[in-house]
Ligand binder design. Structure first.
Ligand SMILES: Cc1cc2nc3c(=O)[nH]c(=O)nc-3n(C[C@H](O)[C@H](O)[C@H](O)COP(=O)(O)O)c2cc1C
Length: 180
């Protein structure tokens, strides 16, 4: 699939079939997260790929702040990627002082780049995915024994799409770009 085609056809998919995703396909998708640019090449994004249905269901039941919408998505997903990041590296000087006024925002900035690669690669592999921010980070950190120097950023559910939604409204170039 051409990159521009993938960028245009990628949709947030929230319903998946029961079909498992092969380890080979998961490896291909996760490889793309290693190829992202990052603040001073700090490479802080980390991932826990969960295919254990019991753990996926536990997260759906206990770690979404009671949000039925996200709980339903997670329960129906054959794969749940918990995206985390090493803390206090991206955006910081070696002595841990924030380099700019944006502090640790670059940890999240770099995580976003990786999440987009994963979303596009999933699309290219014929899978659907949804990035989820409303998750109980602390509980999930416990469930997956997250290393203490990491923090959870988002979860990404993925699988074979049951159906692909049509595009929600997007801005035109002229609405978001100023050429000077
Ligand atoms: C940081 C982030 C957090 C999101 N959190 C959720 C979420 O918790 N639940 C959900 O259903 N969708 C979530 N989404 C998906 C957005 O709602 C979706 O990207 C948006 O509606 C645009 O649709 P599209 O991805 O198909 O273009 C999130 C997306 C991003 C980038």
């Amino acid at each position: 699939m051409e990159l521009l085609n993938a960028i245009e056809s990628r949709r947030t998919v929230r319903k998946f079939t029961d079909e498992a995703v092969s380890a080979e396909v998961l490896d291909k998708i996760m490889y793309t997260a290693t190829q992202v640019p990052s603040w001073k090449n700090t490479r802080t994004p980390r991932f826990t790929v969960i295919t254990d249905k019991a753990l996926i269901n536990k997260i759906a039941d206990e770690a979404v702040f009671g949000m039925a919408h996200n709980s339903g998505i997670i329960k129906g997903a054959p794969v749940l990627v918990i995206q985390s990041a090493i803390k206090e590296l991206a955006g910081f000087d070696p002595d841990k002082t924030p380099t700019t006024k944006y502090g640790d925002s670059y940890t999240f900035f770099d995580a976003g780049l990786a999440a987009q690669n994963i979303s596009l690669a999933a699309c290219e592999q014929g899978l659907g995915s949804v990035i989820m921010g409303i998750i109980d980070y602390d509980k999930i950190a416990q469930f997956i024994s997250l290393p203490a120097d990491e923090e959870i950023i988002v979860a990404i559910a993925m699988g074979h799409p049951e159906s692909t939604p049509s595009s929600p409204k997007k801005y035109s170039v002229s609405e978001i770009v100023r050429y000077i």
